[in-house]
Design a protein around this ligand. Structure first.
Ligand code: SF4
Length: 883
């Protein structure tokens, strides 16, 4: 039965409907349900915990092995079939398995889960119990990790080219000859795995390889040989999670046995990605008793905890849709609250397990942000304890190497802001004024350790008292509307006024910024006050850190390992703040007051905005060239690295121009020039692609822009990705085209509109052949959709860099052509989404008539470019995709 939107809303509000992803449906209908609905995704998460599933009817059907047509009626029928299948699966479980599930199903039923009664009918009722959270206590059934000796030091056996190519043949399989470019790539990458000949002189290979070269297997070949001969110490780093997953899939060819694979290769993410069992336990005890969606989400998360192998809430097996009812920061360690060995779950902690596994695994798959963050952590470890760093990183492969510049830009940036100050204050003083948080202040964390030490106790008390000068909870209102309290908030209030005074568009949707030049006397005075206040915090923290180190040194022989680990963790935390964070802030304030910002940096004041609302205020500092610290702290400390991408250079494949690649990767700052190699794509773009520049759409008229998107998408029959440089334009277009596309049977998904994370949106888009997706920067090069699901990319305009203070400084450093370079690389990355295999065909459209010809070198030289009107473009798309 087909119903109109009003009827659909009524049915949805009644709760007596089957849906997939209730939150998404609620957003689409612009109507919350009056009572919980039967969400088949929830049933899937209960019946098949930790199994990946695209959050849609089609996704669930495919996860259950059903082959269904891609139309609305089939999706509706599939929901009924899938629910029936899942309930049958539960009914068919062994008695032992059913017994384990009954308590949770009953608790979920009491919390209002609509599937409670049918699930209990399938698995049976539990014994009566007085425990109101029974079944939620997943932390009780966890396996402990075991400590083992430190891993061997990496050795320096070379990898021969013949070994790399032999390994490549093994990886590509008996039935497939390695492509010639792939073999040549593997040989070129071997250079980075030879023995380093001089300290501070790593062997760096810059390798550009067009889409379709098969570069992942090509670098895995020499890298895995190196790891087997010398490891651990090999880190494969990506920018996107999607590529991490792909690399793990490729590694499965090398280690088909899951047990062996588990030992040999580990995905390592930042700690905020893992479930914290203590936070989870506390959230269950606080929230599970109250019926409602949060309680249901916690129960389904508990089911996932019992099945997950790694506790990774950003991984494919976590039911990400739960995040809409249960903020993930509540169940992860995102606020630095970990109490390490003092935690009752320390021996079963997912994070501790991940760190230990990574320490011993020959191959670690990580991301650029973590590698850069670890570089600072290593420095602290070796500086303070003279210990070896906890995880060895001798050789790297940086895939998606074109993102290294941006990853370094964020990783080495410094910020003194309201949020940062409030975080530091909480870390030192703990929650104040009745704030609900488990986070303990410094006193509570270490008081028992320093009870006998007068110097340490005095230092601690002094630091706690001095931290009252920092911004406290609720600072944003006071800084923006008056009533600032203490040196920290006074500085923020002056910074806020400074930015507002110098901003032209005070109602802008985006961040507002203002330079540090010619500040008013109020701001200067507030900065000086804050500098004094920070000094008063750093001094006692420094004394406290020394006392903690002395405590470890004096009692090293008799101390329990867990106590030592606890003090060590506390000392590291105090040192990081006393020696890095606070001194950097003081130095930034001093440079601002004296007008002496080092040429390597650019500083500015900023009001950060989220969805058009103020979110943070502060003084920012970025490196003009962030590849300087990247080279110093990461590349120069390694013995070798492959830096690779399909878009490393701003030059055609056959040109020998590596200047842009060296600027963007840090190779420019190395003593030895890197080895370079480039391999063209095997695709025939003349036959597979078209590039159209539309001449007759007025970009200032949003109705015209939206109509152009609608007609282009309809012309392609869906399978289109719309890219935008501004969120506001994206939303305006989405509002205008969602309905007409839907009437044509085309689903439209949109970043910044649908309440789904980017990964889930891409999964939905990929799963359907005729869906369309709208997005901004993250989708420009984070989408890997081979086949017909992506056959059209439409850019609303040329993606020039935003004219920010930081960009101005970089343009001054790298030259006027810097804008062109960035823009060409962005176009190149976006175009790279389109053709992912020899069978793909696709059209790339730019809706900007004034697209300069000099930017067109971003595209493969054999891809035909046509400047034409919209009507001609639509006809061309139809004809080309049908041919
Ligand atoms: S050790 Fe830390 S991260 Fe692990 S469960 Fe305990 S508090 Fe959470």
């Amino acid at each position: 039965m087909r119903v109109d939107t009003a009827e659909a809303r009524k049915l949805f509000r009644s709760g007596d409907v089957l849906v997939a992803h209730a939150v998404f449906v609620s957003g689409r209908l612009r109507s919350p349900p009056a009572r919980a609905v039967f969400d088949v995704l929830e049933l899937f998460a209960f019946a098949r915990p930790a199994q990946p599933c695209v959050p849609s009817p089609l996704g669930i059907a495919r996860a259950l092995g059903l082959d269904i047509a891609q139309d609305a009626e089939s999706y509706a029928r599939a929901l009924v079939d899938c629910a029936g299948l899942l309930l049958e699966e539960l009914a068919a479980l062994s008695e032992e398995a059913k017994l384990k599930l009954r308590a949770l199903a009953a608790s979920l039923g009491k919390a209002g889960w609509r599937w409670g009664p049918p699930v209990l009918a399938a698995i049976g009722e539990p014994e009566p119990s007085n425990n109101p959270i029974r079944g939620f206590e997943a932390w009780r059934a966890m396996r402990e990790w075991e400590d083992s000796a430190a891993p061997d030091k990496p050795s320096s056996h070379p990898v021969e080219a013949s070994e790399a190519t032999a390994r490549l043949r093994l990886l590509v399989g008996d039935y497939h000859e390695a492509r010639p470019e792939q073999g040549a790539y593997a040989e070129a990458a071997t250079y980075a795995f030879g023995p380093r000949e001089a300290e501070g002189s790593p062997r760096i290979a810059l390798i550009e390889a067009g889409t379709g070269t098969g570069k992942t297997l090509a670098y895995l070949a020499p890298a895995s040989v190196w790891a087997e001969k010398n490891g651990p110490g090999l880190w494969l780093s990506t920018y996107t999670r999607n590529l991490q997953r792909q690399i793990m899939q490729e590694i499965a060819r090398l280690y088909p046995d899951p047990v062996e694979r588990n030992e040999k290769a580990v995905v390592r993410k930042g700690r905020e990605n893992y479930l914290c069992l203590l936070n989870f336990e506390e959230s269950v005890k606080r929230n599970a008793l109250a019926p409602g969606q949060r309680s249901v989400a916690l129960g389904l998360a508990a089911r996932w905890v019992t099945a997950t192998t790694d506790g990774d809430v950003s991984g494919a097996g976590f039911p990400a849709f739960l995040a809409a009812s249960m903020p993930l920061r509540e169940i992860t360690d995102r606020r630095g609250e970990c109490i390490y060995s003092a935690c009752p779950h320390y021996r079963t902690c997912f994070i501790e397990k991940a760190v230990r596994r990574a320490r011993h695994a020959p191959i670690v798959v990580a991301n650029h942000a973590l590698v850069i963050a670890q570089a600072t952590a290593d420095w602290m470890a070796s500086e303070e304890t003279n210990d070896t760093p906890p995880e060895r990183r001798t050789r790297y492969v940086f895939d998606e190497g074109h993102h290294l510049f941006d990853a370094a830009d964020s990783g080495f940036a410094m910020l003194i802001s309201g949020k940062e100050m409030a975080e530091l204050r909480r870390w030192i003083r703990g929650p104040e004024r009745g704030a609900r948080s488990r986070m303990k202040g410094l006193s509570e964390r270490i008081r028992d350790l320093i009870d006998d030490d007068d110097t340490a106790r005095e230092a601690l008390d002094e630091a706690v008292a001095a931290a009252a000068a920092l911004a406290a909870d609720g600072w944003l209102n006071r800084a923006s509307q008056g009533g600032a309290f203490g040196a920290g908030e006074a500085f923020l209030a002056s910074a806020y006024a400074h930015v507002r005074a110098r901003t032209d568009d005070a109602d802008t949707f985006y961040n507002m910024e203002a330079g540090v030049e010619a500040p008013g006397e109020d701001l200067l005075a507030a900065s000086r006050e804050l500098g004094h206040a920070l000094h008063a915090i750093a001094q006692p923290l420094g004394r406290l850190a020394k006392a903690l180190r002395k405590y470890i040194a004096d009692g090293a022989e008799d101390m329990e390992p867990s106590t030592k680990a606890r003090i060590d963790a506390a000392a590291r935390g105090v040192e990081r703040r006393a020696k890095i964070i606070i001194p950097t802030w003081m130095q930034m304030l001093d440079a601002f007051e004296t007008g002496t910002v080092n040429d390597n940096f650019v500083d500015w004041f900023e009001i950060a905005r989220e969805d058009g609302r103020d979110a943070d205020v502060g003084l920012e500092r970025h490196w003009v060239d962030p590849t300087i610290p990247l080279a110093e702290d990461v590349l120069l400390r390694s013995h070798g690295a492959v830096i690779t991408s399909a878009t490393l250079r701003d030059a055609p494949n056959d040109a020998d121009d590596w200047a842009s690649a060296e600027v963007r990767t840090g190779a420019l700052h190395l003593p030895e020039p890197p080895r370079r190699a480039s391999f063209g794509s095997p695709f025939t773009y003349a036959e597979q692609a078209r590039i159209l520049i539309i001449k007759d759409v007025n970009r200032r008229d949003i109705d015209q822009v939206a109509s152009a998107y609608r007609e282009l998408f309809l012309g392609a029959g869906g399978g289109a990705l719309g890219l935008f440089t501004a969120v506001r334009t994206l939303r305006a277009v989405e509002q205008r085209i969602a309905l007409p596309l839907s009437e044509a049977g085309i689903n439209l998904y949109a970043q910044h509109v649908d309440r789904l994370d980017t990964g889930a949106l891409v999964d939905l888009f990929r799963a359907e052949e005729n869906a369309c997706l709208l997005g901004t920067d993250a989708l420009r090069d984070g989408v890997d959709v081979p086949g017909r699901s992506l056959r059209l990319v439409v850019f609303d305009k040329v993606p020039w860099p935003k004219p920010t203070i930081l960009h101005k400084a970089r343009r001054a450093r790298f030259g006027k052509s810097y804008d062109d370079l960035l823009t060409r690389l962005r176009l190149k990355q976006a175009f790279g989404r389109l053709i992912r295999s020899r069978e793909d065909k696709g059209v790339f459209v730019i809706l900007e008539p004034a697209t300069p010809s000099r930017l067109l070198s971003a595209f493969p030289p054999d891809a035909p470019v046509l400047r034409c009107g919209l009507a001609e473009a639509i006809a061309e798309i139809r004809a080309f995709l049908a041919s």
